[in-house]
Design a protein around this ligand. Structure first.
Ligand SMILES: [Zn+2]
Length: 307
């Protein structure tokens, strides 16, 4: 067995899947899946999953996952641009890149929403292509063009692109596809084009959950991207600072519940009565104030590179 990135045979079994006893939709045995760390390039990857197994996993998962479907149906698509993850990412991106130069975007793994609605809020005339197992309502509404499924990018002829977006998807691709996918992305980018990546910092939090198949430290991913000729524009590991929580009170928890109900009512009132423009202004104000802040309790790595 060799490293999928640098071909070194210096591999060690340092980590194992933390969700080893989870039941997968295609009855795959996570317990049998091995995670190897390359001692030369530090890449951490699943060593014994095959692409068909993964593709099946996602196919069945998408069909079974009614929660996601309900979420999709109940989401107000007018609010999609302000999804905290994507809004935070795109504001971050705009600090480093000129939106006027971005005319075509390729997203790999948008899932049921992706970056498209948020980009469209800032720039309406955008050509957007994507690879995923699903073609969601949001994609149909916003005019996304599906080029193939999640594992196809390295197989297909890609259009010329100004920006490639991978938000929480690089850690899902098959380890053997890492190299050909990065190569293909580089080739499809116009000179000066950007590649945005955000991945969970699973190594920092020591959570190795299948179906994640690739795990990177920030500096490992930077080195890999440099190897593929990308120029590093910026990188950041973001996480919420731990706030000391007082030990749990044993008294009843009703006051908190009441407070949450009140907040929910207040939000509903705001949603119902304020004009859309006013709500958007409020949100933009809020977001700009928190521009580099984490949107999640879990640590994430963000990297922007350029051709
Ligand atoms: Zn390696």
């Amino acid at each position: 067995m060799e490293c999928v990135h640098c071909d070194s045979s210096n591999l060690k079994e340092e980590f194992s899947y933390t969700n080893f006893d989870e039941q997968t939709p295609n009855n795959l045995k996570i317990k049998e899946k091995k995670i190897f760390t390359c001692e030369k390039c530090n890449l951490i990857f699943c060593a014994n999953v095959n692409p068909k197994e993964l593709e099946n996993y996602y196919k069945i998962y998408e069909n079974l996952n009614n929660d996601e479907k309900n979420k999709q149906q109940n989401t107000d698509l007018n609010w999609a641009p302000f999804n905290s993850r994507f809004f935070s990412q795109f504001l971050y991106f705009l600090q480093y890149a000129n939106r006027d130069k971005i005319n075509s975007v390729l997203e790999i793994g948008p899932n049921w929403q992706g970056i498209l609605p948020t980009i469209k809020f800032f720039k309406n005339d955008i050509k957007y292509f994507f690879f995923d197992q699903i073609n969601s309502e949001s994609m149909k509404k916003n005019g996304g063009i599906q080029l193939g499924t999640y594992f196809d990018p390295y197989l297909k002829d890609l259009p010329k692109i100004d920006l490639v977006w991978m938000s929480h998807s690089l850690e899902h691709i098959h380890p053997k596809l890492l190299k050909p996918t990065l190569k293909k992305i580089y080739e499809s980018l116009n000179q000066g084009g950007y590649f945005f990546i955000e991945i969970p910092d699973n190594v920092k939090e020591k959570v190795f959950n299948f179906p994640h198949t690739l795990f990177f430290k920030e500096d490992t991913l930077i080195k890999i991207l440099k190897k593929h000729n990308f120029n590093i524009i910026c990188s950041q590991s973001i996480e919420k600072k731990l706030v000391e929580i007082p030990t749990k009170l044993h008294s009843n928890e009703k006051p908190q519940m009441k407070k949450n109900l009140f907040l929910k009512m207040l939000k509903d009132i705001i949603k119902t009565f304020l004009t859309k423009e006013f709500k958007q202004k409020m949100l933009v104000n809020y977001a700009v104030k928190n521009i580099n802040g984490p949107y999640s309790d879990r640590p994430n790595i963000r990297i922007i590179v350029q051709k």
